[in-house]
Design a protein around this ligand. Sequence first.
Ligand SMILES: NC(=O)c1ccc[n+]([C@@H]2O[C@H](COP(=O)([O-])OP(=O)(O)OC[C@H]3O[C@@H](n4cnc5c(N)ncnc54)[C@H](OP(=O)(O)O)[C@@H]3O)[C@@H](O)[C@H]2O)c1
Length: 284
Amino acid sequence: MPGKANSHSKEFRPSYGPWALVAGASEGLGAAYAEALARRGLDLVLVARRLELLQQLAARLTAQYDISVRLLPIDLSQPEAVNQIARETQSVELGLLVYNAAFSAVGPFFEHPLDDHLKEVDTNVRPVLGLVDTFGRRMLAAGHGGIILMTSLSAFQGSAYLSTYSATKAFNIVLAEGLWEEWRRSGVDVLACIAGAIRTPNYLASSPKRTGNISDATQEPEAVVAEALAALGHRPTVIPGQLNRLTSFVMRRLLSRRAAVRIMGEVLRGMYVHEESKSPEVEA
Ligand SMILES: NC(=O)c1ccc[n+]([C@@H]2O[C@H](COP(=O)([O-])OP(=O)(O)OC[C@H]3O[C@@H](n4cnc5c(N)ncnc54)[C@H](OP(=O)(O)O)[C@@H]3O)[C@@H](O)[C@H]2O)c1
């Protein structure tokens, strides 16, 4: 279609197309993935709960790029979600899966009911496995494809006030690394994108207090997506942002794990814990 842009389609679409699915696509980082993939000429399946946001995004992308978009308004934390997505995408040749959706219960562990912690598992772990199983199988059969799992620097060690979230994100790093090694000779590239703070609506809604140190630094979603897509097919993990790479080098290579856990806890306490709930004691 004249006037529409597909700037990088040559190298990207044969390896990771013709369709990509972004799980958690309605805003922020997920929408930035959708836009970057549309620019590379991929047709898109966009999944999130808020249909209206998905429709607005789809309208914008189809006006700008010569691509097709399908919308799946689905709650990924529900047990039927993966089967539903598998059914709805049966006729689609899907070469890229981006798992971006997440749920995080921020704050002291017992300020959240167990259901919140389980919802972190149901959003950040179970559907990842389900979609990797569904689409990984199809990609291996096709002999090409890519999977990007969005995860977090908080997953490199236990992270106080994000304990369950960071544990679910550690699962994603280790899963991606294992599958990268297992599948890389089959033409299927797996990547864990291990991000620091990103200026997404979700992050801003968590109202982190400014601490006056490097934990205040954030990245724009578009910058994170650009680094992730550039790393896909070249390595199993990427840490977007120079400052994040430096911090993670210090935390993982120069400090003991115990020290890293303590420092992370101090930083997160400063960002997310109100004075009155700083005591870890819990009534028996
Ligand atoms: N933001 C940060 O600072 C940061 C830092 C490190 C890592 N990360 C990782 O980056 C990813 C994105 O971060 P983000 O949440 O801040 O930004 P986001 O991409 O702006 O928002 C999350 C997206 O996932 C969708 N989503 C959430 N729960 C869902 C569910 N149950 N079913 C279907 N869709 C769902 C949301 O849409 P609906 O609400 O419409 O469903 C939204 O489109 C996450 O994996 C996160 O762990 C973020």
